[in-house]
Design a protein around this ligand. Structure first.
Ligand code: GLU
Length: 313
């Protein structure tokens, strides 16, 4: 008989601003998915980019999630080792393992570099493969002796990777022709999002990744990285994006829909009730506790989105 493995999911917020309505929708779905499956939820802080990480936001994020009744079982801040800022040695080890297998090359292109430490949002990245992959001889020597330190990219194979998403179904991408090679370490030495998230999910034994749909295109390369490093890839389920009535995706810049304002306007039950209605989990807007939604939770009820928040918020 096979041993049943622990089902483990995670919150993985980047502390670069106050949580907004879109983050809360993804967190609610991550929490419901895990609680419905009877799994364990961890809180991991994605504070990779020192220039964009603010511990005050991290503390507020944790407080906001607890206020909403979306608690977790282990992780930051109570337990050590759950903030990416403390985990550089693990990224360095994975980086060396990839290097030993000839899967890393130096890259001097500057595009996309600035963004590499945080999760990509639509239109923000087009790294692809680049000329640096084939640099050799005098040209390579000149770069190596030049003033700019290189970033490092993973050289992806020409291979289809398919992810069976718990909400969107099969999502398939050819690594080379889709996302292409991607940065794993910036030129300032900061390990990049794709490497860190894959290493953390692998080493933390994460079996369920529930997060916003704009990260669905990252799932095949993360699955490839995790499996290349010798670990089983988690199952993925992506949450629909929320949009403002004018079609804009909600972001941390939408100050009027962040938790500071939302906590002034609603009780936790009122806020969860409105979100649950938008996410297809209840039939009308009414106050509800997150815990009351666990038993009937079903991804089939959740619309593909984008979900217009107009008329509800
Ligand atoms: N830290 C990312 C964000 O806040 C989420 C990354 C992930 O869930 O893989 O957008």
């Amino acid at each position: 008989m096979q041993m049943s493995e622990t089902i483990r999911g995670r919150y993985a917020p980047s502390p670069s601003g106050r949580l907004h309505l879109g983050n809360i929708a993804s967190s609610l779905l991550a929490w419901l998915d895990l609680r419905h499956l009877g799994g364990e939820l961890i809180f991991r802080l994605e504070d990779l980019d020192p220039e964009r990480s603010y511990m005050d936001y991290a503390r507020l994020m944790a407080d906001d999630l607890r206020w909403l009744g979306l608690g977790w079982d282990a992780g930051w801040p109570a337990d050590a080792g759950y903030a990416q800022g403390e985990r550089t040695e693990f990224y360095a080890e994975a980086f060396s393992a990839l290097q030993r297998r000839g899967l890393i090359y130096r890259c001097w292109c500057s595009r996309a570099e600035r963004l590499a430490a945080r999760a990509p949002h639509p239109g923000e990245e087009a790294p692809g493969s680049c000329r640096c992959r084939g640099l050799a001889g005098a040209e390579l020597a000149a770069r190596l002796n030049g003033p700019r330190p290189p970033a490092y990219k993973a050289a992806v194979p020409d291979m289809d990777v398919s992810v069976l998403d718990g909400h969107y179904g099969e999502y398939k991408e050819n690594l080379a022709r889709g996302g292409g090679d991607f940065i794993v370490r910036r030129s300032d030495g900061v390990y990049a999002y794709q490497l860190a998230v894959s290493v953390d999910d692998a080493l933390m034994g994460v079996t369920r990744v529930v997060r916003a749909a704009d990260l669905l295109p990252s799932a095949p390369r993360q699955k490839w990285l995790i499996e290349t490093l010798g670990y089983p890839a988690p199952d993925y389920a992506h949450a629909p994006l929320l949009t403002a009535p004018d079609g804009r995706k909600l972001s941390k810049r939408d100050g009027d829909l962040n938790m500071a304002e939302l906590r002034r306007a609603y009780t936790p039950e009122e806020l969860i009730g409105r979100l649950a209605y938008l996410l297809g989990l209840i039939d009308r807007v009414e106050p509800v506790k997150a815990a009351e939604l666990v038993e009937g939770f079903d991804w089939a009820k959740v619309p593909p989105g984008p979900v217009d928040i107009g008329g509800v918020f």
